[in-house]
Design a protein around this ligand. Structure first.
Ligand code: SF4
Length: 355
């Protein structure tokens, strides 16, 4: 249950199909079942903004399901309180997905509700996600200004009515998010980690992370994804809380189905505030994304930042005293191993060597 599968690249449709096949997702399927897909369409911005689930990742999941005989597929979402789900479906490319694959789109803002008692907490949920045979959660890997990260566990907040979303904020978010995941079972998670956001859930500072990830346990997924964004799982209160409520457990195994190496050499501008510190030569987007998240977390914590950082395949045969990121810079000291390294590993090295 606590295994994570990872597929590197940028082509969401083919990556999602290969990942699901490699993760054995076909074992979960049987003909005639009703399947719900819950992407993150928090607002009306395309996935390139870093805010929403890439429709191509969703398309790959749908193709995988249809290839295995699943006909009853519904994409379900309720955008945040300030936006219309209908507008988000259109802006994020999901109306086109509906037409192309003949699947249903459901605005959960219009759904019926049911109320549950979860460990003494009364929660009201939309009914449709509870009534499918298989719920596939398709979150985006991104940072969040209040809860630090948002990924699998928090994405289910799109399965509650708007009045509950407001109430969760008055309850401090973490406890109701953990309890929500106990009330609403999810059977499979496919994380869109192709482009996420450096700081906010509404996008605007997109970071290419160049991967999709799958697993069956949202606590395992979020504990792994926290490290990818430069945190420890315990830093995100709702992750250990969900574990203590029996939702799942921290990840124990990561299976990388291909190499990050050479996948999508970076083509997006490096965030301007870090630009002068970074020498980049043929860096993969997954590596550069980890570095940007680590520098952002270090600066949020008030940690000193390294003056000089080198990253990319162009540094493979070179040596020096700048901070080297990834296996390509093993001639540098200090150096963070990995291909790509996680932001948590880079942050640890920054704290050890830059104080
Ligand atoms: S270590 Fe080198 S090859 Fe590996 S992800 Fe980083 S830049 Fe790419």
């Amino acid at each position: 249950m606590s295994t994570i599968w990872v597929q590197y690249g940028t082509q969401g449709r083919t990556m999602a199909k290969e990942l699901l096949s490699g993760a054995g997702a076909q074992e979960l399927l049987s003909r005639g079942m009703k399947v719900g897909l819950k992407p993150n369409l928090v607002l009306s911005k395309p996935s390139a903004s870093g805010a929403t689930t890439d429709p191509q990742v969703t398309a790959g999941i749908i193709e995988f399901l249809q290839d295995h005989g699943i006909a009853d597929i519904t994409i379900m979402e309720s955008s945040w309180v300030g936006d219309s789900t209908k507008r988000a479906f259109e802006a994020c490319g999901y109306n086109d997905i509906q037409k192309q694959y003949g699947v249903n789109l459901l605005d959960l803002k219009r759904d019926r509700t049911a109320t549950f008692d979860v460990d003494g907490i009364a929660l009201t949920l939309c009914r449709a996600p509870l009534e499918v045979d298989l719920l596939i959660n398709v979150p985006v890997l991104k940072a969040h200004c209040q809860t630090k990260i948002t990924c699998a566990l928090k994405n289910l907040k799109g399965c509650i009515p708007d009045s509950e979303k407001r109430r969760y904020h008055t309850m401090g978010l973490h406890t109701p998010i953990a309890a929500l995941n106990k009330a609403l079972p999810q059977h499979l998670i496919v994380v869109d980690g192709i482009i996420g956001d450096l700081t906010f859930e509404e996008g605007g500072t997109p970071v290419q992370m160049g991967r999709v990830m799958a697993g069956r346990d949202p606590v395992a997924i979020d504990s792994y994804c926290a490290e990818l964004l430069g945190y420890q799982p315990e830093d995100i209160d709702y992750i250990p809380l969900a574990q203590s409520m029996g939702v799942g457990s921290f990840y124990t195994q990561v299976i990388e189905r291909n190499q990050g190496k050479g996948q999508s050499l970076q083509s997006v501008p490096i965030t301007r505030r870090f630009q002068h510190r970074i020498s980049e030569d043929q860096a993969c987007s997954s590596c550069l994304g980890s570095l940007l998240h680590a520098l952002q977390r270090a600066s949020e914590n008030g940690s000193p930042l390294p003056d000089a950082v080198v990253i990319g395949q162009g540094f493979q045969a070179r040596t020096g005293s700048a901070l080297g990121i990834g296996r390509c810079t093993k001639g540098y000291s200090p150096h963070v191993p990995g291909c790509p390294p996680s932001a948590a590993d880079i942050l640890r090295t920054i704290k050890e060597h830059c104080s």
